[in-house]
Design a protein around this ligand. Structure first.
Ligand SMILES: Cc1cc2nc3c(=O)[nH]c(=O)nc-3n(C[C@H](O)[C@H](O)[C@H](O)COP(=O)(O)O)c2cc1C
Length: 225
């Protein structure tokens, strides 16, 4: 598979088969992704790869915390003005339409949220972590290095496609970072940036039949000569 094919084929997977991902494949993908670029070659991303019984423990502990208010290590804003807001609502509507969840159906929406907390059934999750001593080394956070984590995340996801795997870059798996640190025995200076649930896609699941939209090229790119 060439790079363009992998880029086009990748999509966020929101239903996985339970089949485990072999450890050597997870290692191969993570090791190859170390070639992702980073500002000043600082290589700020660390990877916490969780599978099997340990991941079941993480999922259970996350669900148990679900009544608490989420507290992300890397704060995010959900204030999306137009035109960005419509893209976001279009995504939510698109996924829910495929799932047959109406706006009013609170129970189905809650069930879908719980499914997300269970990492959409993924048998493994690659958490991307950054050290607080680096991220908060000065008054303003080293936000450029979160960009580095994004580059690494996409590299992992493209490599996953090459192995017939699916993945999703997601905030949902890291909304209770204290729970993650506790279950995984990690110190407080390890900040969770994003989780990448990974596994073999369940292509029969309606959620995976959804393909997100993109703006046409002319709306977002200008070419100069
Ligand atoms: C940083 C980041 C966080 C995301 N968090 C979530 C999430 O918590 N839940 C979710 O369903 N999708 C999440 N996504 C997936 C996006 O919704 C998805 O990438 C976008 O709709 C484009 O669709 P595609 O990945 O299928 O191309 C996240 C994506 C990124 C890049």
């Amino acid at each position: 598979m060439n790079v363009k094919e992998a880029v086009i084929k990748r999509q966020s997977i929101r239903a996985f088969k339970p089949d485990p991902v072999p450890k050597d494949i997870l290692e191969e993908i993570t090791e190859a992704a170390l070639r992702a670029p980073s500002a000043g070659n600082s290589q700020p991303c660390e990877y916490v790869i969780v599978s099997g019984a340990k991941l079941d423990e993480v999922k259970a502990a996350t669900l148990a915390a679900a009544t608490e208010t989420p507290k992300l290590d890397i704060p995010i804003s959900t204030n999306y003005p137009e035109p960005w807001r419509s893209r976001y609502t279009g995504l939510m509507r698109g996924v829910q339409e495929k799932l047959g969840i109406s706006r009013e159906d609170k129970q189905k929406r809650a069930d879908w949220n719980i499914w997300g907390m269970k990492l959409w059934g993924a048998p493994s999750c690659i958490y991307v972590v950054i050290d607080k001593n680096f991220y908060n080394a000065s008054e303003i956070p080293n936000s450029l290095n979160i960009f580095d984590c994004g580059l690494a995340t996409q590299t992992i996801m493209l490599l996953a496609v090459g192995h017939g795997l699916g993945s999703i870059p997601a905030i949902l798996p890291v909304i209770y970072p204290d729970v993650l640190r506790k279950v995984l025995g990690l110190p407080d200076n390890k900040l969770f940036v994003v989780g990448i649930p990974i596994g073999y896609p369940d292509w029969d699941h309606p959620a995976n039949k959804f393909r997100s939209a993109r703006e046409p090229l002319e709306n977002v790119a200008k070419f100069y000569r």
